[in-house]
Write a protein that binds this ligand. Structure first.
Ligand SMILES: [Zn+2]
Length: 231
């Protein structure tokens, strides 16, 4: 990190002198400040009931499944931010101050807010007294809640006793089961429902190209009208 800041001290003035676009400065700054992380890490291994209880403890009863899943995936896709945030919760150097809601977490919430729009209000409970909170107080309140959720998901490089156990790595996205099925649910001739008639061992597994992405092990299912005997 020290080396990164040294490089920054040299690079940023040069970029400014050349009057390059401010975004380039931002990108260089971001890249140089990234912590060293492991290549990959498993998805949080906790019981759904534990996660569900934590969501109910922290957020309002009107929170939707879409908001919860957006929050969950936003956390698992931002382990670099969580490393930086957690580090500020665990000061180790002389003069460092513990930050329970760090600037990293606040930046995460700014972006989450613009992503969720008005849905962000469903993160508050009646006891939070949302109408009387200032904008900064709202961000801080949400920050405490999301920090608790991240701790529940064990998305922190520290143990519950505050011992460092290793930086979080990138967490691969979960892979959904994919099926390729007929696009019509009724027989075009007799209007009967189309049935799945292939035996389990005869279902082919194929690779599906979607843009530049390849999905492996996609089940290719064929249907049949049992009245007309048309596939
Ligand atoms: Zn038919």
């Amino acid at each position: 990190m020290t080396h990164s800041w040294l490089v920054l001290a040299i690079v940023v003035p040069i970029l400014n002198a050349l009057m390059l676009n401010a975004w380039l400065v931002v990108i260089v700054t971001t890249c140089l400040c990234l912590p060293m992380v492991n290549a990959s890490a498993p998805f949080p291994d906790i019981a759904f009931s534990t996660f569900s209880q934590s969501i109910q403890d922290q957020f309002g009863t009107e929170i939707t499944l879409a908001t919860v899943l957006t929050l969950l995936l936003s956390l698992t896709n931002n382990t670099d931010m969580l490393n930086l945030h957690s580090r500020q919760k665990h000061p180790s150097g002389e003069g460092e101050i513990k930050q329970t809601v760090s600037g990293w977490m606040k930046a995460f919430i700014w972006h989450l807010q613009s992503h969720l729009g008005a849905e962000i209000d469903t993160l508050f409970q009646p006891s939070d007294n949302l109408p009387v909170l200032s904008r900064d107080a709202r961000i801080t309140r949400i920050g405490h809640k999301i920090d608790t959720i991240a701790e529940t998901l064990q998305l922190t490089p520290y143990t519950t006793n505050g011992q460092f156990r290793g930086w979080l790595g990138n967490i691969p996205d979960l892979t959904p089961v994919r099926l390729l099925c007929p696009i019509t649910a009724e027989c075009r001739t007799c209007k009967w429902a189309i049935h799945q008639v292939v035996r389990e061992r005869d279902v082919p597994a194929v690779n599906l190209c979607e843009g530049a992405k390849v999905h492996h092990n996609v089940a290719l299912l064929t249907g049949s009208c049992t009245k007309c005997q048309v596939q």
